[in-house]
Design a protein around this ligand. Sequence first.
Ligand SMILES: *Cc1c(COP(=O)(O)O)cnc(C)c1O
Length: 362
Amino acid sequence: MGGTEEHYVKEAFDTNWVAPLGPNVTAFESSIEKYFDNDSYAAALSSGTAAIHLALSILGVSQGDEVLCQSFTFSASANPILYLGAKPVFVDSEKDSWNICPILLEEAIKDRIAKGKKPKVIIAVHLYGMPYKADDIQKVSEKYGIPVLEDSAEALGSTYKDRKCGSLGDIGILSFNGNKIITTSGGGALVTRDPSQKEKAVFLATQARDTAPHYQHSEVGYNYRLSNVLAGIGRGQMEVLDDRVVARRNNYEFYKKALSSVEEITFQKELPDFYANRWLSCILTPSFAIREKIRLALEQQEIESRPLWKPMHLQPVFKDEVHYSNGTSEELFNSGLCLPSGSNLGKDDLELVVHHIKKALQ
Ligand SMILES: *Cc1c(COP(=O)(O)O)cnc(C)c1O
């Protein structure tokens, strides 16, 4: 926590705004909108997953539709497709950005159209806070008239060509889960340049109540609004976002420098025009065996590290879904590792991690 969160939470208690609406929710949304230079509208929600669910619904996804989704991601990017009775179509990554490959994406779209169905939405993800190639994805999106849902859950604070991640797609989503760069313990937001989309998100997130003195509903709604107590945490966290990005980038720079002489280890690269928040510091090794050697040596010291995300097309739950793969995400999964990356790590902590990695490889 940054320090001012308790003040805003206390305000919620003192004024008895203990509900999924109130002054903190409104102020938290304003602070997100201000971060996006006041040309976007934000709806504060109970999770990033809820934001994806509502975004898909607002972009017109329903039963039987197909949705293109980056395969190399966390399952929450894809699960809401199934909540809506739609079908995910997974698309693999490119080697440089690690994110959805624009060329493979276009091939997938052409193939789906040839097979009789045009996908409804493209879900692209800024994985580990590294931007996807937004201009290239945008071109494909415009060429085929398929909107982009930008999963920016891991990328608050990142930019692409000086444009802020979260505002690059038709609708963006953010997560404030406990493991993200800033947190409300649990929470999320939907970000859009269209005020009517924000209005629709809030409507659906509050049980889709029609305007009437009694409770009347013409649509299926959800209970997805963020608590006013948690929004208080969010207000305080927005004040320290920049500091958190600096801390995470410093972790990465430290590891990169300290491990520069270790020839088995390479790092996730920041491409020209990319600025990553470095949510997690990720390394690549030459093989599964070497990756495991490092991971297990750290584990023995009670230092937690974790393999990169297991691609969705390799997940048991999605085994029957269509996928367009090129081997990239599978290789990243097999040989990559996330190192300890918390914003509160000290130099001693980082040195200890480096020491044990070097020792394991000796
Ligand atoms: C965390 C995360 C989500 C989901 O956010 P929650 O707030 O945990 O529901 C979605 N996509 C990605 C890529 C994530 O890392």
